[in-house]
Design a binder for this molecule. Structure first.
Ligand code: PLP
Length: 414
């Protein structure tokens, strides 16, 4: 029986780390690239608040901006003078094409709102999302992560709560989707990188084809950039990879650890927001506390040299990780970006979800993450093994991490 008031001690199961060697793991403080647990141990962190703390935990400039907002009253309950400034700063991500912004509190809500906007624009209900993609925990979009197995079994394209599925990097499947349901499709919802499928990156040719087919069918494109937003620079990751979205969802990194998310859209897509067809509510949306965090984050990221360092550091880490396993005769590769990647025990990155499912090795991933933890490094407890890097990861962290991966590779080879 669970004696805790909060079941499992955490309100998001994605956050719980099981005990290791008889010791639990409870964080007392997070600072820069480090976590300090309640026993005073220090860990280099690669969970980085599930990707939210791209600038590092408790960045002083974000803390200062949030402190000021708290002192001024975090929640006046009427229009505040920071929200528009934060929106304008955030809109820089969308460039000249995707220029409108509205805030929500979580990424899940941003996806929910983006779907509503797409439905209001098209007069259609159906949304198609990627098999193996994670777009939040509301019921309709959870479909696909947990129920794609059913689709595989029956070999039919299931529809549930106005949501259906398609397969990333499978042009035949995408064409079949449009042939079967094109006239009913309000939107395609897709991440520019499937984080929950081990950082599976859609191919440019797939994204360009998707953009074309969507335009031909009057279907909107929602790029779910909640996880990857800001991880390739102050720009849309989707556009960088060949997808032209009408709507973009952002969250995590935009607030550096405070709960804020947003929907970005083209002026055309946002007409239904501006004329009130799609009402936006939410007590906390865009309050001065979160808007201050967004402003401070965007200001920090104006400095391109941060990104240069981040990408160089990440590329060096990926090489070192692959080398650590190679030195023990274990084939391992990393997939994704230099700011967030997954580790695979295979010589070729999976292209499609089925391949990824066949190649994932949860036991090896768990063994590696346990070894890493014993040597002062923690990451997300996901079977797909994902590593988030921040601006705060530096030389000292590199040394600890590379040493920990060498130990983990040795353990795995035993
Ligand atoms: N979309 C993607 C791609 C995500 O990675 C997540 C969270 O991990 C969400 C949506 C949901 O965001 P939140 O957890 O803030 O509701």
């Amino acid at each position: 029986m669970n004696a805790l008031t909060v079941p499992f001690g955490v309100s998001s199961r994605a956050r719980s780390l099981p005990p290791l060697d008889g010791k639990g793991f409870t964080v007392a403080r997070s600072q820069g690239a480090r976590l300090f647990d309640t026993e005073g141990r220090s860990f280099v962190d690669y969970g980085m608040a599930m990707g939210a703390t791209l600038v590092g935990h408790a960045h002083p400039e974000v803390v200062e901006a949030c402190t000021k907002a708290l002192e001024n009253g975090p929640m006046p309950g009427f229009p505040n003078d920071i929200e528009e400034a934060a929106g304008a700063a955030l809109a820089r991500i969308g460039g000249a094409r995707v220029t409108r912004v509205t805030f929500t509190t979580t990424g899940t809500e941003a996806v929910h709102l983006a779907c509503r906007i797409a439905r209001a624009n098209t007069g259609r209900r159906l949304i198609a999302k990627a098999v193996g993609g994670y777009d939040g925990w509301f019921d309709p979009v959870r479909f696909g992560l947990v129920e794609s197995a059913e689709a595989e079994r029956t070999n039919e394209r299931p529809v549930k709560e106005d949501t259906t599925l398609f397969r990333v990097n499978d042009i035949g499947d995408l064409d079949a989707l449009f042939e079967e349901m094109g006239g009913d499709l309000a939107a395609i919802l897709v991440e520019p990188m499937l984080g929950n499928t081990g950082c599976l990156v859609p191919e440019r040719s797939f994204f360009e084809h998707l953009t074309r087919r969507a335009r031909e069918n009057g279907t909107m494109i929602i790029a779910d950039e909640v996880m990857v937003g800001l991880r390739r620079g102050v720009k849309l990751v989707s556009e960088d990879l060949g997808l032209m979205p009408d709507l973009v969802t952002l969250g995590k990194a935009i607030g550096s650890g405070v709960p804020v998310a947003a929907v970005l859209g083209t002026p055309k897509a946002f007409e239904v927001v501006e004329d009130g067809t799609v009402p936006c509510f939410g007590t906390y949306h865009g309050n001065p506390l979160v808007a201050s965090a967004v402003l401070a984050t965007m200001k920090l990221l104006e400095d391109q040299s941060h990104y240069t360092r981040l990408f160089d550091w990440g590329a060096a880490l990926r090489r070192a990780v692959e080398d650590a396993f190679a030195a023990e005769g274990i084939t391992a590769i990393t997939t994704g970006f230099d700011s967030v990647f997954s580790l695979w025990f295979t010589d070729k990155a999976p292209r499609v979800y089925e391949e990824a499912k066949a190649k994932v090795r949860p036991e090896a991933t768990k063994q590696v993450s346990d070894s890493l933890r014993r040597h002062g490094v923690v990451g997300l407890p996901s079977p797909w093994g994902r590593y988030f890097i921040s601006l705060a990861h530096g030389e000292a962290e590199m040394e600890i991490t590379v040493n920990a991966f060498r130990e983990a590779a040795r353990d795995l080879a035993r």
